[in-house]
Ligand binder design. Sequence first.
Ligand code: SAH
Length: 301
Amino acid sequence: MNWLELSLEVESELADDIAAALIPFAAGGVAITSSRIEDDERSGHVAGPLIIRAYLRDDEALEENRTRLERALWYLGRIQELPDPVYTWIPDQDWQTNWRKHYKPLTVGERFLIVPAWESPEIGGRIPILINPGMAFGTGTHPTTRLCLRALEDILQPGDRVADLGAGSGILSIAARKCGAALVHGWDIDEHTISVAEQNQALNKVSGISFAAGSLPDLLASPAAPYDVVFANILAHILTDMLAEGLGDSVRPGGHLILSGILADQLPPIQKQLEALHFQHVALLREEEWCAPVIKKLPSR
Ligand code: SAH
């Protein structure tokens, strides 16, 4: 399998909107990178002009994906002028090398250090999470992942049973287990991600996590449901459907649900949905345009 890399240098304010627009077309993931990583109080962040790279699979849908993607960029370009994207063919064997050039260790929240599998940095008291991104989303560079990791360090209790819906690279599952979760079950609708997540689990030498191809029905049917903590870092419209289809039932009374992948202007309708369910607001975490509601299921009346 070869890949078509699209790259685009943009100002940092626009980077997330562009990445979000590209994600649906980029089976190989979207990376936002910069030559510099700076630490602020809560976490590391990328600095300077940013380069967005999206990886499109070379299959029968490529041309259609490319057309749709260019249309999405055209709309964004009307908000602020964008340079033309640069396309580069990446043969499959160069895939890992390409990631290696652009992916550096990154602190997230108070406790985590995301470490590319091929690096051996100073850990400095943080919990290392080794990630070989492969063809799955979840490298720690994207705010939606980082918000979940921040929520995780705030709410996870040792012994919790955790579900990770849309597990991608497995980053949240691995972090949960390293923070003392008793068991973690991860599902992803994209079966390509399962072996990536399993390899990342092996890299981190943690047991007690199982990844499987699947989605909400599998989560709800799991013998371990309802869980103490459920993460769903997907996309707003998918979360909306899932909430209507019983996502809230996957959490035990007193347990937590963390939703991510929501842009600020997509939040109000989701908040309305949450109010209608039997959930209590705990926190709303934000990074740039992204937000992640953390909610707690009230005991049943
Ligand atoms: N949990 C990781 C990855 C999030 S990316 C992180 O926080 O970084 C979102 C993932 O959800 C992708 O891997 C995508 O394949 C998966 N996904 C998309 N729609 C889904 C659905 N309906 N059910 C399950 N997984 C889905």
